[in-house]
Design a protein around this ligand. Structure first.
Ligand code: BES
Ligand code: MN
Ligand code: ZN
Length: 495
């Protein structure tokens, strides 16, 4: 357990705590919280009277009352009538992040009823737990501990004086998602010399053992036997052994949802080598794989009635005397030949083999997540992931799951004109379509290998990690995809 989230049938006010976090709508101090002000000897109302805080979106104030709470952190939700699950998740993240930086250790959190908008108690419980996990996360395991360390935030008690059971049911789901997200972020953060394909496989094994899931790991010999020529082409320049990871969660009979994640544990570009500036960020090129692992962590805890397969093709992309060269032609798992025009377009190669491998499951649907193209940052910035697919209904289903999950995506067109750009003079297809519409031609390349099932691709290159601290999220890995994948799968589960 990274963050222990529980729900207590209690109102805030008279409880002793290191830190009471209150999420409140814009305006005057909510009437439902009058007891908090009384217990704090008027400290909260003096804050409002001084006009130092009015509950605007993302606004935060810390009050030090004489007791019984050592601190009260107020977080603004913005206009109460406009509150959706997104604002609730966000306020919880902001509150937890502040409680964490204050070194509170264990905090209490309460959402004023005036600030719940039209969100049900169950959904509120879920998104609050998700947000608390998001804000509490930190990565310290590779630094020597400081002389005077702040306590990490290890627990949050959500105070729910009404609808307690519903809130608790939602919070259990949200806490599971939060655990998945924390696992994903840790694995994302670990550098390329630690997080290798072998390491990812080991993580999958441990996860499977924890939740009694089936796991199969293909080593290089098994990958050769399977005929995954595209994955092998990426791996052949590196001293790190490739792995192909298969996870299976069997919550119900029937056709599975298949989740695929790009697991390039470091992307130098290969012979088409990348410039040195920011190349260290390419340790994050396994973020899709980490999102699949995080989604399975969440599913292992939630245990919904649905069948889910996870596929992770993993390799390191290095230049060397044995590396694949521009112009080389390779044979993929599907049998299509690929001209490798640019060895830096490696993600689509190993994903192609994973998509082809997925056929054996007769999937209900396949989703892949990948830090696939720099071009997606040009198209959508760091605000949204790109969605592409071969089935408009699935693309829309993914978009809606992302909207609910607070991991927004936007569809890009897959017109035939774009497909033409991947034509090769020598092979069935080439692995780049040039600079124009770079994310779409990458999507079209994948589509050539998603032959027999509905499929959507999530390009998370712009959203998987962030180079600036924001109110909700620490600098670094975001865990992008875990919430979307989980929402999507829960949406497909039998009641
Ligand atoms: N891993 C990169 C994409 C990437 C770029 C992720 C920036 C995160 C931030 C991918 O393997 C890649 O190198 N793509 C190339 C494709 C090109 C060679 C067609 C790119 O986007 O430049
Ligand atoms: Mn690359
Ligand atoms: Zn890459």
């Amino acid at each position: 357990m990274t963050l222990d989230i529980t729900v207590a049938p209690a109102a805030p006010g008279t409880r002793a705590t290191a830190c009471l976090v209150l999420a409140v709508p814009e305006g005057s101090f909510p009437g439902s919280l009058a007891a908090v002000d009384t217990a704090s000897a008027g400290a909260v109302l003096r804050l409002y009277a001084a006009k130092d805080f009015s509950g605007k979106k993302d606004e935060v104030a810390v009050v030090y009352p004489p007791g019984p709470a050592a601190r009260i952190v107020l977080v603004g939700l913005g206009k109460g009538s406009a509150v959706t699950r997104t604002e609730l998740r966000r306020a919880a993240a902001i509150g937890a992040k502040r409680a964490r930086s204050l070194g509170a250790g264990v905090a209490e959190f309460h959402l004023a009823v005036e600030g719940r908008g039209t969100v049900s108690a169950r959904i509120a419980g879920q998104v609050l737990a998700e947000g608390l996990g998001q804000g509490a996360w930190q990565f310290t395991e590779m630094k020597r501990p400081p002389e005077d360390p702040k306590a990490p935030l290890t627990g949050v008690v959500i105070l729910a004086s009404t609808d307690t059971a519903e809130m608790a049911a939602g919070a259990a789901v949200g806490a599971a998602v939060a655990e998945g997200q924390a696992l994903t972020r840790r694995i994302q953060m670990l550098p390329g010399n630690v997080c290798t394909p072998t390491f990812l496989a080991e993580q999958a094994r441990e996860l499977a053992a924890r939740h009694k899931l089936k796991v199969t790991i293909l080593d290089r010999a098994a990958i050769v036997k399977e005929g995954m020529g595209a994955l092998l082409a990426v791996a052949q320049g590196s001293a790190e052994e490739p792995r192909f990871i298969v996870l299976e969660y069997d919550g119900a009979p029937g056709k599975p949802v298949v989740l695929v994640g790009k697991g390039v544990t470091f992307d130098t570009g290969g012979i088409s080598i990348k410039p040195a500036a920011n190349m260290e960020d390419m340790k994050f090129d396994m973020s899709g794989a980490a999102a699949v692992l995080g989604a399975f962590e969440a599913l292992g805890r939630i245990r919904p009635k649905v069948r889910v397969i996870g596929l992770i093709p993993s390799a390191e992309n290095m230049p060397s005397g044995t590396a694949v060269k521009p112009g080389d032609v390779i044979t993929s798992h599907l049998g299509k030949t690929v001209e490798v025009v640019n060895t830096d377009a490696e993600g689509r190669l190993l994903l192609a083999d994973a998509l082809s491998y997925a056929r054996r499951y007769e999937p209900a649907v396949v989703l892949d997540a990948a830090t696939l193209t720099g071009a997606i940052v040009i198209a959508l910035g760091h605000t949204a992931l790109g969605i592409m697919g071969n089935d408009d209904a699935v693309v829309e289903e993914v978009r809606q799951a992302g909207e609910r999950a607070g991991e927004r995506g936007w569809p890009l067109p897959m017109w035939d004109e774009y497909r033409e750009l991947n034509k090769s003079d020598i092979a069935d297809v080439r692995n780049t379509g040039g600079r124009p519409a770079g994310s779409i031609t990458a999507g079209w390349f994948l589509r050539e290998f998603a032959e027999s099932f509905p499929w959507a691709h999530l390009d998370i290159a712009g959203t998987a990690y962030t180079d600036r601290e924001d109110p909700t999220t620490a600098k670094g890995p975001t865990g992008m995809g875990v919430r979307l994948f989980t929402e999507f799968v829960l949406g497909r589960a039998r009641a």
